[in-house]
Design a protein around this ligand. Sequence first.
Ligand SMILES: O=C(CO)[C@@H](O)[C@H](O)CF
Length: 534
Amino acid sequence: MSDLFLGLDLSTQQLKATIIGEQLEVVKEEFVHFDNELPEFHTRGGVIIDAEGKGEQRVTAPTLMWVKALDLLLQKLQRIDIPLEKIRAISGSGQQHGSVYWHKGAEAAFETMNPFKPLHEQFDAMLSITQSPVWMDSSTGKQCRKLEKAVGGPEVLASVTGSSAYERFTGPQIAAVYERHPETYENTERISLISSFMASLLLGRYAAIDWADGSGMNLLDIRRKHWDLNCLAACGPDLKRRLQQPCPSWTVLGKISRYFCERYGFTGNCDIVAFTGDNPASFAGMNLCAGDLCVSLGTSDTIFAVVNNPKPALEGHVMCSPVKEDEFMTMVCFKNGSLIREKVLAQCTDGTWPDFEQKLNATECGNNGKMGLYFDQIEIVPRAHGIHRFDSENKPLKKLRPEEEIRALVEFQSLAKRHHIEKLGFRVRPHTRIFVTGGGSKNTTLLQVIANVFQGDVYTQGMTNSAAYGAACRALHALKGGSYSDMIRSSIGFPKTTIAVRHDPKLKNVYDNLLVRYSKLIALVSNPDKKNGL
Ligand SMILES: O=C(CO)[C@@H](O)[C@H](O)CF
């Protein structure tokens, strides 16, 4: 068997593995689901939510759960006879913005890890914080305002780092750790993103943060590709030492550690390639071209596109591309993604997706003017909270019939994506390919609504785990070098892109009108100036 390449994706609810061959063909996918397979950590949807005061939610995940998940996943791969000695390179991705705090002495301790014991049993002294803040957290509004003030305002911060300050971004999160627990910060010798944390486990030493995931920190100058010193100073003392230099996302960081060779049978020749954020990894997995648009339907929903001349704005994000130095991706993220879809599924159907689809199809496109805004969690964009329903005259409604609720949710989620990506300047053109990935992309009724709202045809690659797949492709690309897109185009195993659903041009006016109403309704319920979600 020829060389294999492993992509790992540490997403919110699961750790996923995709193994590919040298032609980018998928050999095997495997998963560890946190809630179901690691119940001792008591997560729900992979996280632990401490609802603070109004508008503040502290959301974390047990760092040790991720360490244990890696062990479980590799054991699963062994049990299905995946020849780990054939894995030539590993890369990966992680939920963006989350942070891991390594205790003083942790890197040295990697040297003494006993391969006869799982890593998580040897992690007692490794972490200065055991509950990692994650992207769903919205408790750092104060730190966001302070950061923006320190650098000259939100516009300046956006022009340098690609985003104005966001509660979930790592810079404000680090500032909150420093302010809330100064002694813990003092005892922290290194701070990783979740992506570089996973790479560190496999290396047995600290891994650099890559440019693409580093773009989600409010700390990286996305054009110069180094930390902005004013941003660092505003978030914590001596922070540069705790982050070290960021690296290109295609960097070969080194070989896999002795621990993983002796415990799992990897060869010492297996390269670890820089890990990146889950959305940049999906971007790589879809191999987006200029003019394409991608919607990822996961725990978070995101919408992103390729940009070459970035124009950062107060809303949304511009991040470094994970595959090309002078390319960027523009993205908007919505916290209310699959979890609210599952909540409405439970409330409005017999609990099955076929019933969800049947009810969605039983209602008129445009829902006879009935609309909903479903900010079940404190939303990122717009900054709003609560569930709000309206009739065709924009008068509040207490409730909708189950089938109307389903359509109102699905149309709301698509209208929000179109409204906010168009605010960043993107327009769907006749040639635009709208790719959809993530768990929700299996549901063609969702895809049909996306196609009709955007008035563009929807394409899929027949895979839902584009982040883990993109990570595996990046592992191979880092060894091959050259153009990433050329590698994709010349590989017979790259999934074929097919049209999943076509849009109905007769519905253009219906959704253009709903889009105008969406814009008016969110102004009624959101507080853009109070940027902590309420
Ligand atoms: O916050 C996000 C992107 O900015 C989310 O998509 C997380 O990456 C999900 F893990």
